[in-house]
Design a protein. Structure first.
Length: 325
């Protein structure tokens, strides 16, 4: 966490750092946060709260943020200081002009601790560079490309206007954080800079496969919330390219939920997979058929035992190629 904060402080005196101590009792997090706030009282604020999980930490930040822009940085990750300086200069420029952006996008880097390798996730094939644009001007995302919490900086008021409220005591809320505000975004700017460094590979990390299987109910919960977040048919009619991207994102979430329920393999887990797809069918029958038979998520619906084995095998192959966890 010290390293994370040190990189954020390079942003200068006009940034605000909100440290959320989410009910920590097993380590020195509360004291460390307080020490940083004492050293930089004009920049760093601390919120001590009862444990509410990652989502409630993000909620508290949105409720209390005074800045024009809002970015989430996990305490074991960090920002590239040179890239941060350039991004902040550009955001300040838009504020001076009186036309603040809705969304700034930058690259992020997977820092794989297990084999000491890096993988940069960039969007040069999707977004125009170094100019303001709208969803109508974007290209196609590759199967390995999605906008994650690591790559986005939202305008703070936009997050409040879209009514986002992440669930407590639930992992994987970053998917909601990125997905729900998208139709509210009217202006976007992409800088081809490797800003966010995402530390990945610890055995206890939430994206570790064994951990994800154990928390698959939370993954399913997030997927259901995303199903309810927007009418994708309406989004596709008004903003076709954004609608296509959001369709693919939701398809990816359904695939992940389904595959991890298959990996669990218990009758209860397989029943939950059926329930998830039935839930989608009751919400939007048209979307259900497109997801089940004409999208990425179709690979998680191959019937029979051999079909389930094939689904898991395809997931493991994709993980090896794209190194996403």
């Amino acid at each position: 966490m010290d390293h994370c904060i040190e990189t954020l402080l390079t942003g200068g005196p006009d940034i605000e750092i909100i440290l959320v101590d989410d009910g920590s009792t097993k380590d020195d997090t509360p004291a460390i946060c307080d020490r940083w706030a004492e050293r930089y009282p004009d920049i760093i604020r601390v919120i001590h709260q009862e444990n509410g999980g990652h989502g409630e930490g993000v909620n508290q930040g949105i409720r209390n943020a005074a800045g024009v822009y809002y970015k989430v940085v996990d305490s074991d990750d960090w920002l590239d200081t040179e890239a941060l300086s350039k991004v902040l200069d550009k955001l300040r420029e838009f504020i001076r002009r009186g036309h603040p952006l809705d969304l700034m996008v930058c690259n992020y880097v997977y820092e794989h601790v297990e084999d000491n390798t890096q993988k940069v996730m960039r969007y040069t094939n999707v977004f125009p560079r170094n100019r303001v644009f709208t969803w109508n001007e974007i290209g196609r995302f590759r199967p390995s490309q999605y906008l994650l919490m690591h790559s986005v900086i939202y305008r703070t008021q936009l997050l409040r206007d879209c009514g986002i409220e992440l669930p407590k005591h639930t992992f994987y809320v970053d998917n909601i954080f990125v997905y729900q505000p998208l139709p509210y975004v009217k202006t976007i700017y992409y800088m081809d800079l490797d800003l966010y460094r995402y530390f990945i590979g610890r055995a206890d990390q939430s994206v570790n496969e064994k951990v994800m299987v154990g928390r698959v109910d939370q993954q399913v919960r997030i997927t259901r919330i995303m199903i309810d977040a927007h009418d994708l048919n309406q989004v596709r009619q008004s903003q076709p390219k954004l609608g296509r991207y959001m369709f693919n994102y939701l398809s990816m979430m359904l695939t992940i939920s389904s595959v991890f329920l298959i990996i669990d393999g218990s009758p209860a887990a397989l029943g939950k997979r059926t329930e998830l797809w039935e839930y989608l069918r009751t919400v939007d029958r048209r979307l259900y058929h497109r997801m089940k038979y004409r999208a990425l998520s179709a690979v998680s619906n191959i019937p029979g035992y051999q079909g389930r084995r094939l689904s898991v095998g395809l997931y493991h192959l994709a993980r090896k190629i794209y190194k996403f966890n």
